[in-house]
Design a protein around this ligand. Structure first.
Ligand code: UD1
Length: 332
């Protein structure tokens, strides 16, 4: 039996593939390469010393999706595939709704037809939007404020409806905070096809000289140094979270919703300062206006993850900064 990873050559998918292969699982990766590179396949094999099946396919195509389920013995799906750039989603909402939702519907249709009852879904803490209270608990109301985040929220609702219609299904919905860092080998990491919009990939490209200077969006928030606060979590910790979620589905069926974060918030300025401390003084920055749609503070309540998943993030911010830069240098 194999675990199907959709979008498995992407940033979080590739690190999860490594984690699952290292745990002795059989993995099949499907990816359309729209925001990933085929070389990642070999890198995963290089890190793990293990082989796995790769299928290039666009899961919006139901026939192709069905073929994958028909030809393979799949026990569970870890569903990463989806577009994920907030700014782009504001300009191209249909592209986001069509891609992210249609892929999920096709997967669910095939899972039902081929009796595959377990799915781990890649959701996002961005569905919480602006909250008055920190840390963010899973029970808080959701305030998705852009099409990308709404696709995540709507998919969560679709999964719940699907479970209500057929409770043989088990879904683990993981709400990621801010994934950063890279595998310690420096072979895989975050490698966006376009100029990054997220903080850490932007920082690493300033460090290598590919980008000139970091703009810090706002220094007038009500935080200790005025810059935004985020819960950065190492992508290898996140990968472990997925392996634990797969186990959880076996032991406690139903719909399980869980934050994946460290529970600690760092300001943007602290993050840049830490990066400069561990990698040399490489990143110049300036303060500019706030970015529209940004929230001031976001960090996770990790109680549920600790209690029910037995998950506790172990990498600190220094390690996140070191490994991010190591990958960027290797990959340049
Ligand atoms: C973003 C997305 C969110 C997604 C998450 C993880 C937005 C509004 N939200 O969250 O939906 O789930 O990434 O991929 O894009 N910053 C700078 N300069 C930069 C880039 C970022 O100062 O060049 C600041 C931001 O203002 C923010 C922090 O760094 O305070 C983190 O930004 P980012 O990495 O884009 O993540 P989020 O905005 O938290």
């Amino acid at each position: 039996m194999s675990i199907l990873l959709t979008g498995g050559l992407g940033y979080i998918g590739s690190h999860t593939a490594v984690e699952l292969l290292n745990r002795g699982e059989d993995v099949i990766i499907v990816d359309d390469l729209s925001n990933s590179k085929i070389i990642v396949k070999n890198k995963i094999m290089q890190i793990t010393g293990k082989k796995f099946k790769f299928i290039k396919a666009d899961l919006k195509n139901l026939k192709k999706t069905e073929k994958i389920f028909k030809n393979n013995n799949i026990s569970a799906v870890v569903h990463f595939a989806g577009y994920k750039i907030v700014g782009e989603s504001l300009n191209h909402p249909i592209k986001y709704y069509e891609n992210n939702i249609l892929i999920t519907l096709n997967l669910l249709k095939c899972m039902e037809k081929y009796n595959v009852y377990n799915m781990v879904f890649s959701s996002s803490a961005s569905i919480y939007g602006d909250q008055n209270e920190m840390p963010v608990k899973e029970t808080f109301s959701t305030h998705a404020n852009n099409p990308y985040s709404r696709t995540k929220l709507y998919i969560e609702e679709i999964l719940k409806d699907f479970y209500n219609s057929n409770n043989k299904f088990n879904f683990a919905i993981l709400r990621y905070f801010n994934p950063v860092g890279a595998h310690e080998s420096g072979l895989i990491g975050e490698d966006p096809n376009d100029t990054p919009t997220n903080l850490m990939p932007y920082i690493t490209k300033v460090a290598t000289g590919e980008l000139k200077e970091l703009s810090i969006f706002g220094n007038d928030y009500s935080t200790k140094d005025g810059t935004g606060v985020r819960d950065f979590i190492h992508v290898c910790d996140l990968a472990i979270g997925h392996a634990l979620a797969l186990n959880k589905l076996k032991e406690k069926p139903g719909v399980f919703i869980c934050n994946l974060g460290t529970g600690k918030g760092y300001t943007v300025l602290e993050t840049v300062t830490t990066f400069n401390k561990v990698n040399g003084n490489l990143v110049k920055y300036k303060f500019v206006e706030r970015r529209s749609g940004d929230i001031a503070i976001s960090y996770a309540d990790t109680t549920k993850a600790e209690k029910e998943l037995k998950f506790k993030a172990k990498y600190n911010l220094e390690e996140m900064c070191k490994t991010s830069y190591k990958f960027e240098k290797n990959n340049k």
